[in-house]
Structure formats: C-alpha cells, structure tokens
Design a protein around this ligand. Sequence first.
Ligand SMILES: C[S@@+](CC[C@H](N)C(=O)[O-])C[C@H]1O[C@@H](n2cnc3c(N)ncnc32)[C@H](O)[C@@H]1O
Length: 332
Amino acid sequence: MSERPTDAPADVPAEAWSGVHRGPLREGEWVRLVDNKGRKHNFELVAGKRFFSNKGHLDHDDMIGREEGFTLVSSAGGQYLVFRPLLNEFVVSMPRGAAVVYPKDAAQIVALADIYPGARVVEAGAGSGALTCSLLRAVGPWGRVTSFELREEFADVARRNVNQFFSAPEGQTHPAWDLRLGDLKEGLPTLGTDVDRVILDMLDPWNCVDAVADALVPGGIVCAYVATTTQLSRVVETLRVHGGFTEPQPWESLVRDWHVEGLAVRPGHKMIGHTAFLVTARRMAPGEAPPRKTRRPAPGAYGPDYTGPRPADVPALESVQPDLDPARPLDD
Ligand SMILES: C[S@@+](CC[C@H](N)C(=O)[O-])C[C@H]1O[C@@H](n2cnc3c(N)ncnc32)[C@H](O)[C@@H]1O
C-alpha cells in the first residue's frame, strides 16, 4: 500500500466519483419518486418506459431531460416528487445481501474515524457495500479503500451497489476501490503497514485486533461497529488488553425526528432506536503504551461472572467484591 494509492488523472473534476450528477436527468440515471404519503420508488430512467403505481402511470420520457426537483402528476392524479437519490437514500433502498451500516452511523464513522481525502482505509466486511460508498466518497479518487468480504455472494452485491452508486462504466469500478474476497485477518498482513484507518463491521472484530495493530500507522484509527453489548464488551476489552491502542471509546448515536407545525413542536412518535455500537481507538507508536488508568474499575466489573479478556492491571478474582454493583464506579 505504500505507493501512490491510485492513478486517477490530475485533472479529475471535484465531483468525479462522488456519485453526484448535475444537469438535466439522463437516460440510465436513477431517480427517486416520493408520493404524498412518503412512499418511495427508485428506478432507472429508460426512454419509452412507464412507471406504474396505484395512482396510474408516469412516462420516463416526461422526466428525462428535466432538471431534478419537480413534481409530476400521474395518469390517475397522484403527485410525485422527483429527485436523484442522495447517498443516504440510496443505501437504504438498494438491494441487500448483508445488513447495512445505516446512514446515521456511516456519518459518525466518517467523522469520528476521521476519514479524509487520500486516506488509506481498510474495511471488513464489505457486506452490501453501503459503508463502502461513504468511505469511497470521503477518500476520493486519490485515496484507497480495500474492502475484504468473506462471502462471494455478498461481494457481488457490494460490487453491484457500489458501481451503481458511482455510475462506474461497464467493467470498471471506483478508482480508489479494491474489493478482495477473503478473511481480513489473512488479507490485512499482505497490505503492508501503512494503513491509516480500519473499519470493522463483522461478528467478531476482536479476532482481528492483532492484524489491525500490525497494519495501522502510528496514530491510525480502528473503528468497530457491533450490534450487541456482548460484542461491544469483547472488542473494547480486547483492544485494552492488546496494549498498543489508546483507551477505546465506545458510543452509540440516537437520531430523533421532530414534528414542527405552528405551535405543535414536539419529538416525532417514531425513531430508529438502536442500530449498533461504535468503538474507536488510536494506534500507539511501536513499543509505546498508553498511560495507565488512574481510575479503578467499578467493584465487581471484572468479578467471577466476567469471562472476557482481562486487563493486566485489574484486581485478581479473589480480591473483588461481587456483591457490589458493577455498574457503579467506586469514585462516584
Ligand atoms: C453486517 S455485514 C457488513 C455490512 C457492510 N458494512 C455494509 O454497510 O453494507 C458483515 C459482513 O462481514 C463479513 N465478514 C465477517 N467476518 C469477516 C472477516 N473476518 N473478513 C471479511 N469479511 C467478514 C460477512 O460475510 C458479512 O458480509
């Protein structure tokens, strides 16, 4: 990974490989129609084709050639808002193999794992390619996203989705993308030791910690995305026990819509409560360790019921008091 990541030409316009199209809608592009009940329909524009709904039909030809952002009325009087789909709209409507990283979490990953233009990023697994699209957009054509995926059928779905989003010409893909079939643990050591960021969205990210530590540059970031608290505990403790990372930072994000209408200003009734937890940690320089924690773990935190990885400096099993509440830190 040490040479210049891609050979994208120097005169590439800023929006190249962003997945964003400008100007009038063209045949072959995807559009997103939203009716007045909020129902969404995504499809490719094909000259001469018709879109049918419970409100009659619309002709693709009535959309091709127009600037996006208009309302079209169907043959039975249905009103449809017409735009090109945004990245966050595309990933929740595209075909899925594996479960996708939701846009709210992809945004957190890009911001808090500090994905930047030109970064050399590794991710696993590629799954359906949802996070891949955000990573590619953030690194740009001069960065590098190497995506590992264990399962061929998921890799195929990811390839199709990514190529569709970035409108890759037949037989090509985003110039910064390298999709590899296989296990990250085996593939990562072949990439060298100058990876800037590693994003793990898989069942057992803790099993990848050693390979990630070897591949990351000093100051590099590992970010894991896990669905359950047991996974969260295991990955955090494994990063801690490794000793070559800063104290792991676990968090989740909750996004709530608001209803704003005159004096009726209140939270929306529905929200996406839980999607997954995120953890980030930074790679220390070779041979360096993070400062020892001055705060003792909560009593019982690593008591007899705890079976996961055990930091070297926590009290031995015999000396903890399991009857105390492990959720309450001693210092409170
Ligand atoms: C939840 S999906 C990833 C979804 C993806 N991030 C997205 O946004 O579309 C998890 C994927 O990780 C893959 N996987 C699990 N362990 C892996 C490993 N060690 N190396 C590579 N891929 C792995 C699985 O096959 C699965 O497709």
